[in-house]
Design a protein around this ligand. Structure first.
Ligand SMILES: Cc1cc2nc3c(=O)[nH]c(=O)nc-3n(C[C@H](O)[C@H](O)[C@H](O)COP(=O)(O)OP(=O)(O)OC[C@H]3O[C@@H](n4cnc5c(N)ncnc54)[C@H](O)[C@@H]3O)c2cc1C
Length: 381
């Protein structure tokens, strides 16, 4: 249903097939546009993610066709935080969420996107984007393609951020980068609880996912890993295990794959939702601190936003300039406050003294905890 005459082969190209890219591809294809999604990996594959899916995005996923109910997933309704000294803060998660691996969720979404008519090219690494709205040229290792609109859904960090000279890529920010580590494990742990244990320079979460398994994921300052000679076991023994809860947890888990999944260059510096005429969504537009357990929902919500605005441009009802302005406004309205709140909380939790202080201050005030939790989340969509 492409309405304006153009020689571009596709109406929309989405670069990166995580939640933002897959959901947007699906929604745009359902509206009849010629959609191509380019993903450098091959599905199914694991991702560094805590895999706690906040309730707010469940109606949306069901509308996309993800059979969440049939999968009988663990329902997570309680949370607890601990400071590196071991002081705990427990609270009810209202409304909570589900535990679901990215391996399973992304693989389901790719099938749904294809069924809706989107072309998904796997193992297709995008190297460069040039051109302007109406006539973009996308260079991949497998050759070039053209599209009228390009959306950036490549996640936390990619070669394309360098090409666009995005601010957070400047070398002076490198020392502020984190590493993310993730395992699937077997553990003796409640299936309705998400625990977040902080340590000097980071925090580690554990919660249940499908098939009786648990996801254990943590974020640590890159410098801490360097101080441990780049060795993950060393980091866990020397830094994480100083928190007594983490020491006990790491001592009892059985990892289900030989080595953890590790990513570097995780940044929480401000990003912009539009750069180089590319509309960004998900982590590419801005990353919320993982402690909020809400990055997946934000990626999905941003996909819905793309699917709302991009068609208006493709149908010739607004100019590219208006699209960029309106999309950026809408994106900021939806996400900026959550990201800022998450950032402040993360700053407190990264340091032993301030995280202990925060937990002590919040313990007598469950309403304040609920308020802070609410500020990092959105309404169901
Ligand atoms: C340690 C940690 C724990 C977290 N825990 C949670 C949690 O429990 N709950 C939650 O909701 N969120 C959590 N998050 C955040 C969540 O994982 C992200 O917000 C979410 O994955 C963002 O989805 P996305 O679609 O933007 O990006 P991604 O899912 O990262 O997808 C980006 C895709 O782009 C592809 N790509 C990259 N470059 C290129 C290229 N050049 N060409 C082609 N393809 C490319 C990648 O292979 C990838 O598949 C956590 C994050 C971290 C780091």
């Amino acid at each position: 249903m492409s309405e304006s005459p153009t020689s571009a082969a596709y109406d929309v190209a989405l670069i990166g097939g995580g939640l933002a890219g897959l959901a947007a591809a699906l929604l745009l294809a359902r509206q009849g546009f010629r959609v191509v999604l380019l993903e450098k990996m091959t599905y199914p594959f694991h991702k560094v993610c805590g895999e706690y899916l906040a309730e707010e995005s469940l109606p949306f996923l069901k509308r996309l066709g993800v059979p969440l109910e049939a999968w009988d997933l663990p329902r997570i309704q309680r949370a607890c935080f601990s400071s590196p000294q071991g002081r705990e803060l427990a609270f009810a998660l209202k409304p909570g969420g589900l535990g679901l691996s990215r391996y399973r969720l992304d693989a389901e979404l790719v099938q749904l996107a294809r069924a809706a008519g989107a072309e998904v090219r796997e193992g297709c690494m995008v190297q460069r984007v040039s051109g302007n709205p109406g006539a973009f040229e996308i260079a991949t290792r497998e050759g070039n393609l053209q599209a009228r609109m390009v959306c950036g859904t490549w996640g936390k960090y990619a070669n394309l951020d360098l090409q666009l000279q995005r601010r957070f890529m400047q070398t002076r920010y490198r020392s502020q980068a984190f590493v993310g580590v993730k395992y699937h494990v077997q553990a003796d742990f409640p299936r309705d609880l998400v625990a977040l244990h902080s340590f000097e320079g980071g925090y580690c979460g554990i919660s249940a996912i499908e098939a009786g398994k648990f996801c254990l994921a943590y974020l640590a300052e890159g410098q801490k890993l360097k101080d441990c000679g780049g060795e993950i076991p060393e980091l866990q023994n020397r830094v994480l295990a100083r928190n007594p809860h983490l020491k006990a947890l790491l001592g009892q888990i059985t990892p289900l794959y030989a080595k953890p999944l590790v990513i570097a260059q995780v940044h929480f510096l401000p990003k912009s939702p539009v750069e180089g005429h590319i509309l960004m969504a998900g982590d590419t537009a801005g990353m919320i601190a993982p402690l909020s357990g809400n990055g997946m929902s934000m990626a999905l919500r941003a996909a819905a936003l793309l699917a709302e605005w991009v068609p208006i441009y493709l149908q010739g009802r607004i100019s590219a300039e208006q699209l960029e302005q309106q999309y950026a406004l809408a994106w900021n309205r939806l996400f900026l406050r959550r990201i800022q709140t998450g950032q402040i909380l993360q700053r407190f939790l990264r340091r032993p003294h301030s995280s202990d202080l925060l937990i002590r201050a919040l313990r007598p005030f469950p309403r304040a905890v609920a308020y802070l939790h609410g500020r990092t989340h959105g309404s169901p969509f």
